[in-house]
Design a protein around this ligand. Structure first.
Ligand code: FES
Ligand code: FES
Length: 205
């Protein structure tokens, strides 16, 4: 069975269906949030606030150097402006997880992450490479995607969750993944896939 195609990076974008795109920089909150949604899932991108600093001219993304973009741009705007489409544009306000990327080892929602605050290496689903081969295979094996639009964000989120620890219960994994919305599969298959990888990584230690 093949790997989820939409995890691929630099290619033409499939339009979001029924979810109007908004500019992420318009919705960055002006005060810290709890960092969790109503289900207790992380909303790292929305919680990002910090002192202004001199914006770097470039970001490192998936091993490449890309222009940092205009002042005030969100990380998602910078990525897509550079032709990196593995981070999807959907809600644009930190509520769906389609735009999830890693900054260092931390998963963030790039639509609400100001690019000027990014100080680490950015990794999209396309840049995870062999580190996420088991996750991509598990998503395929467990039928954890249909249209695939949410899949890059789901895989990035799962990668961050399992980098933090593979010693997680199913409930913990479900909670950590719950901030990433999927309109197709239901969530059982996604949690099944991530749990299977957690178990295989535990066994491989
Ligand atoms: S597009 Fe960023 S959370 Fe929905
Ligand atoms: S597979 Fe279609 S939105 Fe998740």
């Amino acid at each position: 069975m093949g790997e989820p195609g939409p995890v691929e990076g630099r290619r033409s974008e499939r339009p979001s269906r029924g979810v109007p795109a908004r500019r992420g920089r318009d919705v960055v909150p002006d005060r810290p949030s709890s960092g969790r949604n109503a289900a207790g899932a992380p909303l790292e991108g929305r919680a990002v606030v910090g002192p202004p600093r001199v914006q770097a001219e470039h970001l490192r993304v998936d091993g490449d150097v890309v222009p940092a973009g205009a002042p005030g741009a969100s990380l998602l705007e910078v990525l897509r402006g550079a032709g990196i489409f593995a981070a999807k544009q959907a809600c644009g306000r930190g509520e769906c997880g389609a735009c999830t990327v890693l900054v260092g080892d931390r998963a963030v929602m790039s639509c609400t992450m100001p690019a000027a605050l990014v100080t680490g290496e950015v990794t999209t689903a396309a840049g995870l490479g062999d580190d996420a081969a088991d996750l991509r295979a598990a998503f395929a094996d467990h039928a954890a995607f249909q249209c695939g639009f949410c899949t890059p964000g789901q895989v990035v989120r799962a990668a961050a969750v399992l980098r933090e620890s593979v010693d997680r219960s199913r409930d913990e994994i479900a909670r950590e993944m719950s901030g990433n919305i999927c309109r197709c599969t239901g969530y059982r298959q996604i949690v099944d896939a991530v749990c299977a990888v957690a178990e295989s990584r535990q066994a491989a230690r």
